[in-house]
Design a binder for this molecule. Structure first.
Ligand SMILES: [Ca+2]
Ligand SMILES: [Ca+2]
Length: 283
């Protein structure tokens, strides 16, 4: 009996041991269920620490809710890695030490595990290059935020739209410091300012805080009319411009910002205490 048990369990245990030691590389299989077509895509990608692999695919980008989100157009993005979380204060401090840059002043409510803020676009891009990564394109950002969902909202179930699924946004707690500020009514996420990254549930890809905490720089220049001429495959934005695309919502944003198609923009030299970033990487 004992020898039979050994034969049954010993080989798998050896394989597990070798894998854990790095002798046999583990490859993560990402399985994504597309709700609309009931398809299951299996993609094999080597794991990258702190990032999730977003399988490529085709989706309807944009909406008819605002002129700069129209027209709704078909976009295909190839698979890419995306940081699970916004870049943290601790990660950015390592970058500043390594490259002998000045660490931007962080707000008094922040801490090592909060998203870094007060970083302009060029420094965000410099961090990404230093880390062997890049900033995500606007199309990649929207795809990661909504491609597995039939609508433009963040929540997979419309009945739960105004509950936990929004993460850290401008909620009723913000009224403690800002009276008469636009907030999500009857929603209290418990954070007046930024929250430690990944304080709220991840989306279906395993990405945290796309929908809140701090706004995020994208790689693209902004153009209100770009969707009229956007290429159907891996669009990267206009060749030049005066503003960079900003995506998501933040601790001081709600309303239209809670739409996954919502587009915002700032001059690249801007830096605010509600604006951060995350990185992407090619397969
Ligand atoms: Ca909040
Ligand atoms: Ca965010």
């Amino acid at each position: 009996m004992i020898s039979y048990v050994k034969r049954l369990f010993f080989p798998p245990l050896i394989l597990l041991f070798l894998g854990a030691c790095g002798v046999i590389p583990f490859h993560k299989t990402v399985v994504v269920k597309k709700e609309t077509k009931k398809e299951v895509h299996k993609v094999t990608a080597p794991p990258v620490d702190g990032m999730v692999f977003i399988p490529g695919g085709t989706f309807k980008m944009g909406s008819t809710r605002k002129a700069n989100e129209a027209p709704v157009h078909t976009v295909t993005v190839k698979g890419f890695y995306l940081d699970e979380t916004e870049v943290t204060v601790a990660e950015y401090e390592r970058f500043c030490r390594a490259t002998k840059r000045r660490m931007p002043q962080q707000p008094e409510w922040s801490d090592d595990n909060h998203p870094v803020v007060n970083v302009d676009w060029k420094h965000a891009r410099a961090f990404a290059h230093w880390a062997g990564k890049r900033l995500p394109t606007e199309a990649e950002w929207e795809y990661a935020a909504r491609s597995t969902m039939p609508g433009t909202g963040y929540a997979p179930n419309p009945k739960t739209r105004y509950k936990m699924s929004y993460g850290n946004i401008a909620d009723e707690s913000l009224l403690q410091i800002k009276l008469r500020f636009p907030i999500k009514q009857r929603y209290d996420d418990g954070y007046i300012h930024s929250a430690p990254v990944a304080s709220f549930p991840a989306n279906i890809f395993g990405v945290y805080d796309l929908e809140g905490n701090v706004l995020e720089w994208c790689a693209d220049w902004y153009s209100a009319s770009y969707y009229k001429t956007s290429p159907p495959k891996n669009p990267r934005g206009p060749a030049k411009g005066n503003y960079k695309v900003i995506r998501g919502a933040s601790w001081n944003r709600s309303g239209a910002y809670l739409r996954s198609t919502f587009r915002s923009w700032y001059p690249p030299a801007c830096a605010f205490n509600f604006l951060g970033f995350r990185c992407a990487k090619d397969l």
